[in-house]
Design a binder for this molecule. Structure first.
Ligand SMILES: NC(=O)C1=CN([C@@H]2O[C@H](COP(=O)(O)OP(=O)(O)OC[C@H]3O[C@@H](n4cnc5c(N)ncnc54)[C@H](OP(=O)(O)O)[C@@H]3O)[C@@H](O)[C@H]2O)C=CC1
Ligand SMILES: N[C@@H](CC=O)C(=O)O
Length: 375
């Protein structure tokens, strides 16, 4: 097999999504070996915050044991630019899989792309921080306006986890449809929380803080659950969607975002400290629930983008119990695209919007897109 058909994979972030991705990478590698033997996927880097394993000989690391090996014999990682320098020496194309939520790593994507390193990632930071970073990324990417020898970048799982949300929106835009409005439930955590805190029907809801803890244990929340409860995770997703729809949204704090963090807990120094104190504020959320119940409604955490008006907002709203948003189950997201072609009946994407396996599926699907683009 020629070296040019070998694709070298570096994985940064081996938490919930990272471990699920490694399982799917193992499957994909074996499947390609049978179906397309000319393509050899080789894992050469696995890295977490304080440790890494790097194969400087370019021999493949064992995907099935790499997470354990990393914990047992990983060494401190060098600065990112050094890592990019090493990866750029690989005798073939390299794909970096960023399974962290690290803003510093996200900010370095343009440099990696310019070195020919492709990126697939569920990390929202790069695409929802400053508009300048968004522009720098897509100016550098080969699937943006960058040179064909630069890296490709895909980030399907940054919105709706593995659901085909971004690919659907990009195809609507790229085929000339006019997207007028996007609305729905964009957070697996918030969906799970409110579906179980105030379920439709006769079932009694759980206590708010206890449901937040469950969402974290199920792997739905951000590494720090305050990033979900303060509305910023949804605001980041709407920023990404709005930018693809053509709005130059400056940042995820450039529009109204409702936070569910009690004022008294804004100064908590850690996510664990916050979770420990949250039950003290259950009565506040119970009041919100009773007010909605008194009107025969339920509360849900939603977002909307009015493309024509350039208006984006995120927060709690009340819904009739018969509304599709009220009837969601588990961690399901629902995203309604209103467009000129689809008229009054929106194109709807619905399904699990969080969880390690479904999120990793979006990342693995993006890896396949890069493999197809490279070969
Ligand atoms: N969970 C979900 O349902 C979804 C998650 N996502 C996104 O996926 C990403 C990962 O989420 P998840 O797996 O749940 O998070 P976890 O907290 O489980 O894992 C994060 C991983 O990133 C590593 N990490 C953090 N910072 C760095 C760094 N600077 N350098 C190297 N490694 C680092 C951590 O290492 P260590 O443990 O050593 O600190 C850990 O291995 C996030 O961006 C999240 O927003 C997107 C959609 C859905
Ligand atoms: N914390 C996020 C994870 C996916 O983006 C969510 O709950 O939706």
């Amino acid at each position: 097999m020629s070296a040019s058909k070998t694709i070298f994979i570096g994985v940064i972030g081996v938490g919930g999504v990272g471990k699920a991705f490694l399982g799917q990478l193992d499957f994909l590698r074996q499947r390609l070996a049978q179906q397309t033997p000319a393509i050899d996927l080789r894992l050469i880097l696995a890295q977490r915050s304080t440790k890494r394993l790097f194969s400087s000989s370019w021999a493949a690391l064992d995907i099935s044991t790499v997470a354990t090996q990393l914990d047992q014999s990983g060494t401190p990682p060098p600065p990112l630019n050094e890592t990019y320098g090493q990866l750029a020496q690989a005798p073939g194309r390299v794909v970096l899989v960023d399974n962290t939520s690290d803003a510093g790593l996200a900010a370095s994507y343009p440099a990696a792309l310019q070195r020919g390193i492709s990126i697939v990632t569920p990390n929202k930071k790069a695409f929802s921080d400053s508009y300048d970073l968004w522009s720098a990324i897509f100016s550098a990417a080969a699937n943006g306006t960058g040179a064909p020898s630069n890296g490709y970048i895909y980030h399907e799982s940054t919105v709706g986890a593995g659901l085909p949300v971004l690919s659907t929106l990009r195809e609507l835009v790229d085929t000339g449809d006019e997207v007028t409005r996007i609305e729905g439930v964009f957070s697996g955590t918030m969906s799970f929380l409110f579906n179980s805190f105030q379920p439709v029907g006769s079932a009694a809801g759980g206590a708010f803080a206890a449901e937040v803890k469950k969402a974290k244990d199920l792997g739905y929340t951000e590494p720090d659950p305050r990033d979900d409860l303060n509305g910023l995770d949804v605001a980041r997703k709407l920023t990404i969607l709005a930018r693809i729809a053509g709005l130059k949204v400056a940042s995820p704090t450039a529009f109204p975002v409702q936070s569910l963090i009690p004022k008294e807990l804004e100064s908590c120094t850690s996510g664990d400290d916050f979770l420990a104190r949250l039950p003290e504020f259950d009565a506040q959320m119970d009041k919100v629930k009773s007010e909605a119940s008194a009107e025969g409604k339920v509360v849900r955490f939603v977002g909307s983008i009015d493309v024509a008006a350039g208006a984006v907002k995120v927060g709690l709203e009340k819904f009739d119990t018969s509304h599709p948003i009220a009837a969601l189950k588990g961690s399901d997201n629902i995203i309604n695209f209103y467009t000129k072609r689809y008229g009054n009946n929106p194109l709807i994407v619905q399904g699990a919007g969080a969880g390690a396996e479904v999120t990793a599926m979006g990342v693995t699907g993006d890896l396949l897109k890069v493999i197809r683009a490279l070969h």
